[in-house]
Design a protein around this ligand. Structure first.
Ligand SMILES: NC(=O)c1ccc[n+]([C@@H]2O[C@H](COP(=O)([O-])OP(=O)(O)OC[C@H]3O[C@@H](n4cnc5c(N)ncnc54)[C@H](OP(=O)(O)O)[C@@H]3O)[C@@H](O)[C@H]2O)c1
Length: 286
């Protein structure tokens, strides 16, 4: 179903990143939470001279340029890849403007729930645009992102290489071989950081209920998630075995897991939560 790539992604333990090949030039449309997170990663990695359409930001390190609207993109600039990271419902005006200026673009859409067909319909049937979809997540800000990508049959190896190199620069990537699976990626890794943040909130609250000062409970929750995440990331052991390794029969962890692993507890709520995210992504697709 997916094609994992060799593990050359950033070493999050040391905060350093593996140097990728030179990143292609981009026109970034939408540098909010997701576009902004990726942009920080790309800037840190040495992006080819690029243009950002941003209505709020005033400065960007040279040689990159900021403009306020797509219509203001300098005439001498043709990006290797246009990255579209606006809210799905705000995409259409941007697509019309882009189609007028870059009819044969390579477009990398990171929008949840906008199919390639729906984007192409707005871009214009007669254009030579090639649209690749990706679903990144916000840890891209730290070079620890996780992205699923889908390329349609008309995408060439170069289209795929350009798009993949951008996502690889900010984390790990997997290709999926059906566009509908991007919705599934959304439900796991696109929305997933929020699930982990919620876990940190709930553990903090539970710690306070057990008598800990809130600051102490917050540090315990946060660092436990970080440490467990690093074990998952670094060790060759899978999650179930790691869990069993820290669960003594009759011990404290076993007592907690008996509650969490009840059929109507985490197994059911996690499946239902991911299904709700996937359903919402499909609803947004229209
Ligand atoms: N957040 C995530 O974790 C996440 C994860 C995976 C994928 N995504 C996808 O990423 C996309 C953006 O989400 P977000 O959370 O980053 O939203 P966001 O924070 O609202 O960012 C969207 C940005 O796009 C700008 N924008 C809208 N129309 C524009 C235009 N025509 N030209 C230039 N900029 C324009 C907005 O500027 P204004 O404020 O001026 O309108 C805003 O800064 C969504 O499609 C979402 O599905 C998000």
């Amino acid at each position: 179903m997916t094609t994992p790539l060799p593990d050359t992604h950033p070493d999050t333990a040391s905060g350093t990143a593996v140097t990728p090949a030179a990143l292609p030039s981009i026109l970034l449309v939408g540098s909010g939470k997701m576009g902004g997170a990726m942009l920080e990663g790309w800037l840190a990695q040495g992006l080819a001279p690029s243009v950002i359409v941003d209505r709020h930001r005033d400065t960007l390190p040279a040689p990159h340029r900021i403009v306020r609207a797509i219509e203001d993109v300098p005439a001498d600039f043709t990006p290797d890849v246009i990255v579209l990271a606006v809210k799905p419902q705000k995409a259409d005006p941007a697509l019309h403007s882009l189609a007028a200026r870059f009819p044969a673009a390579t477009l990398l859409s990171v929008m949840a729930g906008r199919s390639i067909a729906s984007l192409k319909a707005v871009y214009g049937a007669g254009t030579g645009v090639v649209i690749v979809r990706a679903m990144p997540n916000t840890p891209s800000l730290l070079g620890a992102g996780m992205s699923g990508l889908y390329a349609p049959p008309e995408a060439t190896p170069e289209h795929k290489r350009h798009c993949e190199s951008l996502l690889r620069a900010v984390g790990e990537t997997v290709w999926v071989d059906a566009e509908g699976l991007i919705d599934s990626v959304t439900g796991i890794s696109g929305s997933g950081p929020a699930y982990v943040f919620l876990l940190a909130e709930l553990l903090t609250k539970a710690g306070v209920e057990q008598g800990l000062p809130e600051d102490t409970a917050r540090i315990l929750a946060r660092e436990t998630i970080y440490g467990a995440g690093r074990m998952l990331h670094t060790l060759p052991t899978d999650a179930a075995e790691l869990r069993r390794n820290v669960t003594s029969p009759g011990g404290t962890t076993a007592a907690a897991l008996a509650v969490l692993m009840a059929d109507d507890a985490w197994p059911a709520t996690t499946s239902a939560a991911v299904a709700a995210a996937v359903t919402r992504a499909k609803e947004l697709s229209g």
